[in-house]
Design a protein around this ligand. Structure first.
Ligand SMILES: [Fe+2]
Length: 601
């Protein structure tokens, strides 16, 4: 059961994959910052010191006293922090790790001493991880209590002794609180489902919100290995686990269904099963890595991607059906890393018994810091109105400095008071425009404040963007921002299910598809939309309205403003760095300045 406190100011902290910190004041999330944006290390793993500093300084400036800090995982091994392998491992290293050098040996109960010694000496593990991890003896590597103490002591010192009330909350409870309380609709008679790789010993939970809006956990599983199977499949397809799963999802539709089904039945189908409202082991072998490697040998890469995607969809469909049958609920909330599978979410949305599906942005562990705050305040909290919760564009660099910088650069020129109408004009003529305005978005998706925009009816633009900056894998689609008031003319959405944050896939309407083609999946013609309400981002909305006036298309292709392999650009410093190190020609800053590169095609 979720208890509710009346804490005035809460600091939420996620120490793990994609570390983040959030500040909630009087029930409202004021900041959610991902450490990757401050370290320029994508999906930063560890203690989010800089993000915490940012929240503490913000609270100080506003004279808020932080009453409580909540960490959002109780059982985090020190080992994972000592060796944040995602920071420096190559694909080959990951094969060794999941294969016969580490996990393979562990499964066979053989000594892993040599491997650990190698990890210890690995000079590539050079990221500043803040906590005094190197001083911790090996015997505490899996001592959760010791780790909690380490984190609490560090925070106490970091806050100069001001934060005394420090709690550690359960991982999946934080996912649940984020899923439900951050949403604009807090519906009764609902189910909240969490699905992730692992947190506090679990990887799946189901919670029911009853008629009186009491929330209780009704089932949990530690055997729901869908994320693990997906992660290992990402690796065997030569992509980075815990980062490139979305590429496997993007690849899946290219496979012919019968071949995908064949791989699914041969390799994945018998691994797991749904019993009641739990996903549990069926014939899952101990060494899942070996099973996947051995049994996918000889299969084509796209069919493997198709097979693992069917595996996830079939299990989750059955899980939702069982929840519906048992609890008679038609409203569903979903969170945890697996909730970022927008193709799976599309399938759930289209199930006949589903009335509402609510998937809040970036439901992976990066959202846990908000989840911790929401768990603390429950119904006393306010839903998120938008997710522009990061740093302001001019946070550490004044507008004057920016103008001087442009003046000094011989390859740049600038125009002031450049209107949305003018930008719409540029876009309609086949130009790609980077936009940076106001506060940055929380999460994995750019939603108009750190974005690269283009005309979605111009399919040739895809190649142009890829050549200018993205170097994107050739099969990956771009996303679409579309005006809410007009989206139903282009997207099939009979149930009126909202996707404000690009979290759910939709089918496009056949005779309109060509007008938004460059923002859709090339093969299955589906789309991952940001269905944009005016109040969510007035300036972005205005820009799309101007584009609509020109081309009768109420949408823009939208992709994140970042260099390949780096996090989304955060402040104007990173934005200019990204702009200068790419082939982008136009940059629109704070709905006012147009920066243009001279002599660039
Ligand atoms: Fe998680």
């Amino acid at each position: 059961m979720i208890k509710i406190n009346k804490t005035n100011c809460v600091l939420g902290i996620n120490v793990s994959h994609n570390a983040s910190a959030s500040l909630m004041h009087k029930g409202e999330i004021l900041i959610c910052l991902q450490e990757e944006r401050l370290t320029n290390k994508k999906n930063f793993f560890g203690y989010p010191k800089k993000s915490i500093d940012y929240c503490i300084n913000f609270a100080k400036k506003k004279s808020f006293k932080i009453d409580k800090a909540v960490f959002t995982t109780q059982k985090l091994p020190i080992f994972n922090l000592k060796y944040p392998v995602s920071h420096y491992f190559t694909i080959k290293d990951f094969h060794d790790y999941f294969g016969d050098k580490y996990f393979g040996k562990k499964i066979k109960k053989l000594s892993i001493k040599n491997y650990i010694n190698k990890l210890k000496k690995d000079k590539r593990n050079s990221q500043d991880l803040y906590l005094p991890l190197k001083k911790v003896s090996e015997k505490y590597d899996f001592d959760f209590k010791k780790n909690r103490q380490l984190q609490a002591d560090f925070l106490f010192k970091q806050s100069k002794g001001n934060i005394k009330n420090i709690k550690f909350y359960d991982h999946h409870s934080c996912h649940v609180a984020y899923a439900y309380f951050s949403a604009k609709k807090r519906l009764k008679d609902s189910a909240i489902i969490t699905l992730d790789s692992e947190g506090d010993g679990l990887n799946q939970t189901v919670w029911i919100v009853d008629k009186r809006k009491k929330i209780r956990k009704v089932s949990e599983s530690s055997q729901c290995d869908i994320a693990r199977a997906y992660k290992l499949t990402t690796l065997l397809l030569k992509m980075k686990p815990d980062e490139h799963e979305y590429k496997v999802m993007g690849l899946a539709p290219y496979a012919k269904n019968k071949y995908s089904v064949n791989v699914y039945e041969k390799v994945y189908k018998n691994l797991l099963q749904v019993k009641d409202t739990k996903i549990i082991h069926k014939l899952r072998p101990k060494d899942l890595y070996k099973h996947l490697i051995d049994n996918t040998t000889g299969e084509r890469f796209d069919n493997i991607a198709g097979g693992v995607q069917i595996f996830v969809e079939e299990l989750v469909k059955k899980l939702f059906l069982n929840i519906y049958k048992k609890y008679k609920v038609k409203n569903f909330y979903l969170s945890g890393g697996v909730s970022m599978n927008i193709k799976m979410n599309k399938i759930i949305k289209d199930l006949p018994f589903v009335k509402n599906l609510i998937v809040q942005p970036s439901g992976g562990d990066e959202s846990l810091s908000m989840g911790g705050c929401f768990l603390e305040s429950g119904f006393n909290s306010k839903p998120l109105n938008n997710i522009y919760l990061g740093r302001d564009l001019f946070d550490d660099f004044s507008e004057k400095k920016f103008l001087n910088y442009i003046k000094r650069k011989k390859n740049l020129k600038i125009k002031s008071n450049y209107s949305h109408k003018n930008i719409a004009n540029l876009l309609s003529k086949g130009n790609v425009v980077a936009v940076a305005r106001g506060r940055e978005e929380f999460g994995a998706r750019a939603l108009g404040n750190r974005s690269i925009l283009a005309d979605p009816s111009n399919i040739k633009i895809v190649q142009k963007i890829n050549e200018q900056i993205k170097n994107r894998d050739f099969w990956m689609p771009f996303a679409l921002s579309i005006l809410k008031e007009k989206h139903k003319k282009f997207l099939k959405n009979k149930k009126n299910i909202s996707s404000e944050y690009m979290t759910i896939g939709y089918d496009t309407i056949e005779n309109k598809h060509n007008l938004i083609e460059a923002g859709t999946h090339r093969y299955d013609k589906s789309v991952r939309p940001q269905i944009l309400e005016k109040n969510a981002n007035k300036n972005y909305h205005k820009l799309i309205v101007e584009f609509y006036k020109k081309k009768k298309i109420p949408a823009l292709l939208n992709t994140s403003l970042n260099l390949h392999g780096y996090p989304i650009a955060s402040t104007i410093k990173e934005v200019l760095n990204t702009f200068q190190n790419s082939g982008l020609k136009f940059l629109y800053v704070n709905d006012k300045f147009l920066v243009e590169k001279k002599n660039e095609k």
